[in-house]
Every structure is written in C-alpha cells, then in structure tokens.
Write a protein that binds this ligand. Structure first.
Ligand SMILES: *Cc1c(COP(=O)(O)O)cnc(C)c1O
Length: 378
C-alpha cells in the first residue's frame, strides 16, 4: 500500500547519487571504502567530541554496544518498556534478561523514579543490573540529568537508544552522547537514512575500536585470517555510507523542517478539545522525527483507531505508538516496574505524517478530517 501522505518518506535530493556513483567508480561497494570513514567523521563532527563506528543496522549497534558494556548470558539489563522491540531483542540474543521499566508522562520515556525502584529491587534480589537502556522515543529526549545521576550513583552504565533521535539535544548536548555508549539507526524511514544502517557512538575510543573489530568478524591484523574471538558481519557498506554522507549534509535542514511541521500541527489543532502532543521541556530539543498526539476519547468522541481508519480512507498514513514491550506476547511474564503510563499512551496515541515533503495544505487536510469528526459530538 502506498499512501498519498506517508508517515515518514525518505528524500534523496542532494549528493546521494553523486556519492554512490563515486563509490561505484572507485570499485568500493563493500565494507572497506572511503565513504565509511568520511561518514563516521562527519557524524562525530555533528554531535561533537564523540567517536563513531558505522554499522549495518541500529539493531546490530545495540547488540555490539551491549557486548562492549560487558553484558553476557544470565545478566539482567533494564530497558524502557515503551519502545520498538529492537531496543530489547539484543538483550535476548546475548542470553541476558530484560527488566522492563515504565515511562513518565512528561517525555513518554523511562521514568527516573521507577528506574531507581527497579534497580533497588533487583539489587535486593541479588541481581544488580548490568546496563540500562534508555530510549529517546520519536526523537524526544529522555530525562538524562536524573538518569545519569542514577547511573553514577549505582555504577550501572547507560546505553542510549537514540535510533529515532539523530539531531535531538538535551541541555545543548546531542542525544546519544550522555551514556557510556549510544546508538543511532539510519533505517528507511528514520530522519536520515542509508537504506539500512546504524552506528555506535561513544567518547571512549577503545570501546569504538573494539566495536569496529567485532563488526568485521573479529579479524586479527595479520596477513592471514586469524580469530581470537567470535565476531559479527555488522559493518556498514561503502554505498550505504555514501548515501549517509549526503543525508547528513541535510540533517540540520530536516530537523528544522520537522520541527516546523510539529509547530504547524499545534497551531492547526489548537482549539481541538481532547487532543494533546508529546512536548519538549526547557532542557530538551526534539528532532520531532514523528509528530505524535494523544486522543482523549471522552472529549473527542472518537478513538485513536477510529481516526487512523478515517485518515487511511483518505490515503493518509498514521500509526499507533509503540506497544509497550511488557505487553508484548513474546516478552510475557518478564519483570516490569511501573503502572499504566506507557499502556495509556499506547491506547490513546497516534503518529501523524511528518515527512519533510509534507505541505501546510496537507496538514490542513488532516486537521479538516479531525475537525469534521469532532463536530459530530457537539
Ligand atoms: C529503528 C529503531 C531501532 C532499530 O534500528 P534498525 O536500524 O531498524 O535496526 C531501535 N530502536 C528504536 C527505538 C528504533 O526506532
């Protein structure tokens, strides 16, 4: 199904074709071309002071980052429940156990209070968590000040899943650069894309070196193939990096475009009762990768699913927010700390079209559909 107005449509209107042709011209399509290090360098410039290793997905970035934080079989890892399954699946790849923690209402991300409760409870059970996975959902920064204080207090490293938050900032510092390590995703509908791709970022050079080594089958620097460890085939290829470099050149522009789209939705929906937004605090700047709303059915007279179907009938894509992982059948029965915050967000929320190609006219059309539906209850 292709939509008239998709949720997040990739745009390749810059140097993408040129750079890919250069990669092909140089005969470098695999994991050894010049664009890979260029892309990594430009990425670190953009987020300042950190090191990066470019990989073939955000999921593989999470997998490697957990290994580098020392997570292994039998360990427990705390993970924000309100997220995409890829945040937690790598915990299971390693034979470790996810411990899910609920969100808080300001940012929709992990609650610092519940995080501390969970840590104390696990420590009391004699199972101190090995790492904490924090997610900046839909580009919205989590409460990093409080979270990093807890990380320091209990000496548990933070891994930031900033897959959706490339170009988001908290207290003027890039999301992904607070924890011991952070990851980005450059999958097809993220704010910048390499087709499929990801990165681990950290200010610890040795950690990034190790990630690079593990991502290329843990090959020793010898004239023949020698391996001391089990590695992975996780490195980004040069063609993807060529696309990524061109996309990075547009990141700033696209963040401002997506923020403008968010602002316009707010203006258009201003007088709509029962519709609210995921909103920044004074400390945070979201890339507003996706604009997300909550629908209070008691005030609107319609549910998020009703609106989803109405939009669908008009060729407009919208989507539920992530279903919390503690409610996923595959994660049934695992420890969960919290209440119904993320569950309520899931029951009320909807992601709206947020592509940089979206026009004000498109947004007015969406507002018109909502307005018409609202008029039915008054
Ligand atoms: C997209 C995404 C990932 C996974 O990234 P891939 O590049 O698709 O593997 C992980 N976490 C979150 C929150 C995501 O949105």
């Amino acid at each position: 199904m292709s939509y008239l107005l998709p949720l997040s449509f990739p745009v390749f209107d810059g140097n993408e074709s040129l750079y890919v042709q250069q990669a092909i011209g140089a005969g470098q399509l695999a994991t050894n071309g010049a664009f890979i290090s260029k892309f990594e360098y430009k990425l670190t410039k953009r987020i300042r002071t950190h090191q990066a290793v470019a990989l073939n997905s955000g999921t593989s970035a999470l997998h490697l980052a957990l290994i580098l934080l020392g997570v292994g079989a039998g360990d427990e890892v705390i993970c924000q429940s309100f997220t995409f399954c890829a945040s937690a699946n790598p915990i299971v790849y390693l034979g470790a156990h996810p411990i899910f923690v609920d969100s808080e209402e300001d940012t929709w991300n992990i609650s610092p209070e519940l995080l501390e409760d969970a840590i104390l409870s696990r420590i009391a059970l004699g199972k101190k968590p090995k790492a904490i996975i924090v997610v900046h959902l839909f580009g919205m920064p989590a409460k990093m000040k409080e979270i990093m204080e807890i990380s320091t207090k209990y000496r548990i490293p933070v891994l930031e899943d900033a897959a959706e938050a490339v170009g988001s900032y908290y207290e003027g510092k890039a999301c992904g650069t607070f924890g011991k390590a952070g990851i980005y995703s450059f999958n097809g509908n993220k704010i910048i894309t390499t087709g499929g791709g990801g990165a681990v970022i950290s200010d610890d050079a040795s950690l990034i070196e190790k990630a690079k080594y593990l991502s290329t089958q843990a090959r020793e620097d010898l004239p023949y193939y020698q391996h001391l460890e089990i590695g992975f085939n996780y490195r980004m290829n040069n063609m993807a990096a060529a696309v990524g470099l061109a996309q990075l050149e547009k990141l700033e522009l696209w963040v401002s475009k997506r923020r403008q789209i968010n602002e316009q939705y707010r203006n258009l929906f201003e007088d709509f009762p029962g519709i609210s937004f995921q909103t920044e605090s004074d400390e945070s700047m979201s890339n507003y990768w996706l604009t997300t709303i909550l629908i209070d059915e008691e005030l609107t007279g319609f549910s998020n699913d009703r609106l989803r179907i109405l939009l669908f009938k008009n060729g407009i894509e919208s989507r539920f927010l992530w279903k919390p992982l503690h409610l996923q059948p595959v994660y049934k029965g695992l420890p969960f700390y919290g209440g119904d915050c993320s569950e309520n967000l899931f029951l009320k929320g909807l992601c709206l079209p947020s592509s940089v190609t979206l026009t004000l006219e498109d947004q007015k059309k969406i507002a018109g559909i909502i307005e018409k539906e609202l008029s039915k209850i008054s």
